[in-house]
Design a binder for this molecule. Structure first.
Ligand code: GLU
Length: 392
């Protein structure tokens, strides 16, 4: 009999976002018509000026490994982006590292910080992969509720009560997946105060930073007094530039933390893909062109369409997200567990959405609907959801 495989992997769950999206791919390959509102993947292709930069790089021989921390060109573009969009002055040589998307960035952030048994506070609900990435990195995730009655924000007393002698870091996401909340200056100050008081690191996942609707503002925790040294800012191009398949992002952190991550990248991936970095450098090196900003405009309109239309259905309640591109729909009035709702919706109506409970216990009673599909899919899929609920 063979020896047991990894306990950590055995005990971890499949990703509901990627898992359901894969299921949709299989159904479509079997010629079934499915509307896919599962993973947060926009229907739009990457803008052509970015694609051309990568193709050009490939054609001109940019097909070799790069420095482990990324090309100077890409890291300089990231520094430009930080200065332009976030008013952060970063040293591209010592404070920035390229990553293969945000999940890989989060992984090296966690591996850099954690010793076995260290605890990381996360939001409940939170992005489905946080718990697993923390566990794979040897840590223990400690979910602290962000409650609907508190507008999906942490309560200071509850946050402080979750801290133990093993707490090493806080990991949070704003704009928030799945609730669509954009954390205000007060929310960030609360996190900063707690981090400073208890001497914690903070990992901030800012992948949705450009998806900000209706006059809300995205703020960077690293800019708050006393936070620069203890914050790891993880950013990506996946969402903003419709570059999901490129798997590219970057981290801004202190030189010491970046030096730890550099070691990890040398052993884990050698480097991010060379031509991918060349394309991403164009995306970040200049202000986003109209092709990109028109996507953002379109996504906001689709979020508004989805939330307004869903609210016409008795039993469903959805707020317009402040940021990110998900409708976080309250189905609690229907009295059906979110996993059962999603399974039946897929089987009976051919619409894939994500059960709220997969983001954490506080997410039960909700479903998450990705609102960045074609208009035809948006209209058809939302109509099918309404029909499904009406005949329940
Ligand atoms: N982050 C996106 C989501 O929440 C994409 C899927 C994934 O990477 O897990 O749907």
């Amino acid at each position: 009999m063979l020896l047991d495989l990894s306990e950590k992997v055995r005990l971890s769950k499949l990703s509901s976002t990627v898992g359901i999206a894969d299921q949709v791919t299989r159904l479509r390959e079997a010629s079934q018509q499915v509307v896919d509102f599962s993973a947060g993947r926009a229907t739009e292709d990457t803008p052509s000026y970015i694609v051309e930069a990568a193709v050009e790089a490939m054609k001109s021989g940019d097909t070799h490994q790069t420095m482990a921390k990324g090309t100077t060109l890409f890291r300089s573009a990231c520094a430009n982006k930080l200065e332009r969009d976030n008013k952060i002055i970063a040293d591209p040589e010592r404070e920035i590292i390229a990553t293969m998307g945000v999940k890989q960035g989060l992984t090296i952030a966690l591996l850099s910080l954690l010793n076995p048994g260290d605890e990381v506070i996360v939001e409940n609900p939170c992005f489905v992969s946080y718990h697993q990435l923390i566990a794979y990195s040897g840590g223990i995730s400690v979910p602290v509720p962000i409650r609907p009655e508190n507008q999906f924000r942490w309560d200071k007393a509850e946050l402080e009560a979750s801290i133990t002698s093993k707490t090493k870091a806080i990991l949070f996401n704003s704009p928030h997946n799945p609730t669509g909340v954009v954390h205000s200056r007060e929310d960030l100050q609360l996190i900063a105060d707690v981090a400073i008081k208890y001497n914690l690191y903070v990992i901030t996942d800012e992948v949705y930073e450009r998806m900000i609707w209706d006059g809300n503002t995205h703020l960077n925790l690293a800019s708050l007094p006393g936070m620069r040294e203890r914050t790891i800012t993880v950013m990506g191009l996946t969402k903003s530039f419709a570059m999901g398949g490129w798997r590219v992002g970057f981290i801004y952190a202190s030189p010491t933390i970046i030096s730890y991550m550099e070691k990890l990248q040398q052993h884990l991936i050698t480097s991010c893909n060379a031509f991918v970095q060349a394309g991403a450098a164009v995306a970040f090196g200049e202000p986003p062109r109209a092709e990109v900003t028109s996507y953002w405009q379109e996504w906001q309109e689709k979020c508004r369409f989805a939330t307004q239309t869903l609210n016409e259905t008795p039993g469903l309640s959805t707020s317009m997200p402040q940021g990110a591109f998900y409708a976080w729909t309250d189905i609690s009035a229907l009295g059906i567990p979110s996993e059962v709702f999603c399974k039946r919706l897929l089987e009976e109506m051919g619409v894939a959405v994500i059960p709220g409970v997969s983001f954490g216990s506080i997410g039960e009673g909700h479903i998450r609907i990705t609102c960045v599909k074609s208009w035809q899919e948006m209209e058809d899929g939302i109509f099918r959801i309404k029909t499904f609920v009406e005949k329940l």
